[in-house]
Design a protein around this ligand. Structure first.
Ligand SMILES: *Cc1c(COP(=O)(O)O)cnc(C)c1O
Length: 479
């Protein structure tokens, strides 16, 4: 008899309970795991059979391998002392939402392929828009990452430029060189988007920054004017609210002015920083963003939603639909304009039910609960920055706008080259300890340590422990 059917319901129930128990224990104890796993390249793969499994296995054996082989090779982003990159959170309500989304397994490409998925997505993004104080005429939908959100926004810019790229592409005909502008501190998603869209790396003009790592407006104006004079066609500016290295906030109102003058699409990349606008006292970071054509914020960064979930807001979603809509006969529906078919808003046809976890997180914590947690992260970052500032052996490398601190060990008399070497040593030793994880940034050519607070479990004690470890490690590395 050939095997048929799924895992029996009773077995699913038993292992389902076991898995949830494991997750609950994991959340309780994640602080006792090494943040960075103590493995070398190939260690994990070396414990997995090369040949694909021929016969069925018991779920108990599979879960044992998950625990014994895979978990030891995991970097624990949920660790309260994870301060690398941008710290994120697989929160309880987010994990439950993700679990239910996997169970429903809908493909929300069209409204009718799951009306709840489409309507909840639009409603949850409208809530998030209200929480951040964005204009009511911004239409939001979810993409997987800010990488895709940026690409989709720039596809809108390319479409609006009126070159007929959707129909005729960019090759085999004479077109001016298209230009996209961003600061030297903008994320590499701008380059990747331009590669994907066929504009090429050379389309990207990275503009100088001021002393606080913000896009320098006169440099932007000069770059656009020089390109126009040379016969190029500027199409868009990407401004960043919360740059990746130092979390600088570009002067969006002035950038919006320039975009308006030259008819350029303004995209705001607020992947990390945008979440802070939920706090009334931080609302100012989105000043000028009401003038943008598009804005992206990642709930999977600082809004306690598990990866992946990137919100893309569009002032005129129809431009993006013009760029991407393409309907096969099998997908034709009778609802017409009464229903939103989210597959028209980007390159992907299939779409996960990502709104479920976002909705659960927004409801479970509410605005006040989310604001309290983000506010505490900002307080902790300011506290850490104050420890750095009062210690003569340490130095802050950039303003602390949000919950990320750039700093370095700086004993008196050391040269920049020595400092780079010493700080690299500190970072390596610290990360190898498994006690905490920090990242680095190159700021004006100098190595900076970079501590980002964003995990929902991080408390002051974790920050103090990291600071003490930093001081100990610095003394040992300097000796
Ligand atoms: C993290 C980040 C990105 C990239 O986000 P993904 O969702 O991983 O693609 C882009 N821009 C900024 C400012 C970021 O902080």
């Amino acid at each position: 008899m050939p095997a048929t059917g799924d895992m029996p319901p009773e077995e699913f129930r038993r292992y389902g309970h076991e898995v949830i128990d494991w997750i609950a224990d994991y959340f309780e104890q994640v602080g006792s795991y090494p943040v960075l796993p103590r493995v070398s390249p190939g260690d994990v793969a070396g414990q997995l059979p090369e040949l694909a499994p021929e016969e069925p296995a018991e779920m108990s054996e599979i879960l044992a391998d998950f625990r014994d082989v895979l978990v030891p090779g995991v970097t624990h982003w949920n660790h309260p002392a994870f301060f690398g990159y941008f710290a994120i959170s697989g929160s309880g309500p987010g994990v439950l939402g993700e679990t239910l989304a996997a169970a429903l397994n809908v493909n929300a490409m069209l409204w009718r392929t799951s009306p709840s998925a489409t309507e909840l997505e639009e409603r949850a993004l409208s809530w998030l828009r209200q929480l951040m104080g964005l204009p009511a005429d911004f239409h939001g939908h979810i993409q997987d990452t800010a990488s895709t959100s940026t690409m989709v926004a720039l596809a809108g810019a390319r479409e609006r430029a009126g070159l007929g790229v959707r129909e005729d592409g960019l090759t085999g005909r004479a077109l001016p060189r298209l230009r996209v502008y961003c600061s030297e501190e903008a994320h590499s998603v701008v380059e990747k988007s331009c590669v994907t869209l066929g504009l090429g790396l050379s389309a990207v003009r990275r503009v100088a920054t001021d002393e606080a790592f913000r896009l320098a407006v006169p440099a932007l104006r000069a770059a656009i004017e020089a390109d126009v004079a040379a016969g190029d066609l500027p199409i868009a500016v990407v401004a960043t609210v919360g740059t990746t290295s130092t979390t600088a906030v570009d002067p969006v109102p002035e950038i919006a002015d320039i975009c308006h003058q030259h008819g350029l699409w303004l995209h705001v990349d607020a992947a990390y920083g945008g979440a802070a606008a939920i706090l009334p006292e931080m609302r100012h970071i989105l000043r000028g963003c009401e003038l943008a054509d598009s804005l992206t914020v990642n709930p999977h960064k600082w809004l306690f939603v598990p990866v992946d979930c990137s919100a893309l807001y569009l002032r005129d979603p129809n431009v993006v639909r013009r760029a991407f809509a393409y309907t096969l006969d099998i997908l034709k529906t009778s609802e017409g304009e009464a229903a939103t078919n989210l597959m028209e808003y980007g390159p992907a046809l299939g779409r996960r039910f990502r709104a479920l976890k976002l909705w659960m997180v927004l409801r479970y914590f509410g605005r006040s609960g989310i604001a309290d947690r983000i506010r505490e992260h900002i307080r902790l970052a300011a506290l850490f920055a104050s420890w750095v500032d009062v210690d003569p052996e340490w130095e802050r490398m950039a303003p602390t706008e949000f919950s990320t601190v750039c700093f370095r060990y700086h004993p008196p008399g050391a040269s920049d080259a020595e400092l780079d070497r010493v700080n690299q040593g500190i970072l390596d030793a610290l990360n190898e300890s498994g006690e905490t994880l920090l990242s680095q940034a190159r700021l004006r050519g100098r190595l900076s340590l970079r501590l980002a607070i964003g995990n929902i479990r991080t408390a002051e004690e974790h920050l103090r422990a990291a600071w003490e470890l930093l001081m100990e490690t610095a003394m040992m590395n300097d000796g």
